[in-house]
Design a protein around this ligand. Sequence first.
Ligand code: ADP
Length: 182
Amino acid sequence: MNIFGYRNREIQVIKGDITEVEADAIVNAANKYLKHGGGVALAIVKKGGDVIQKESNKIIAEYGPLEVGEAVATTAGNLKAKKVIHTVGPVYGEGDERNKLIKAVYNSMRLADSFGFESIAFPAISTGVYRVPAGLAAEAMAEGIKLFLDENPDTSIKKIMLVLYTSSIYEVFRDTFKKLFG
Ligand code: ADP
């Protein structure tokens, strides 16, 4: 585990499974339709229960598909977390990936803050099916965290966890966060 500090908040970079993590909110790398059919989304719904998919369907029925960079919350079902925050990252090649990832992180943290949460755990958004290179994702996610903490110094969020599933992506995040926060 690697622990960094920024503006009196703790940032942890961990190799592991986000469904096992103790955090008030865990973030899902969702698609616009909140169809949790693969990757980290499927892992979250499998462990958290179908109630997460059902609440997601209600959100889509009411508001329509999400935009890239938007974030919404559902129950976390059987997971340890209090909420799952679903955010949509960019697909590699669609353009403006960096800013879209910054926005996804920022909006997820804003939502967690609105619930008064003290901890939030992120996966490596867009680095699976959406094919964004891990280095680009790590830098943009770090930038999103910095921006949120710079603009919201009194946030309830005390701990931000990056939970990376594969060794190679973990190593890229660890090295990038060391460079930017170490
Ligand atoms: P996207 O469509 O945004 O690329 P994916 O779910 O395909 O989303 O992948 C995002 C990242 O989540 C990938 O790096 C993948 O290895 C990782 N991942 C998959 N399962 C888990 C899990 N249980 N915990 C944390 N990360 C996971």
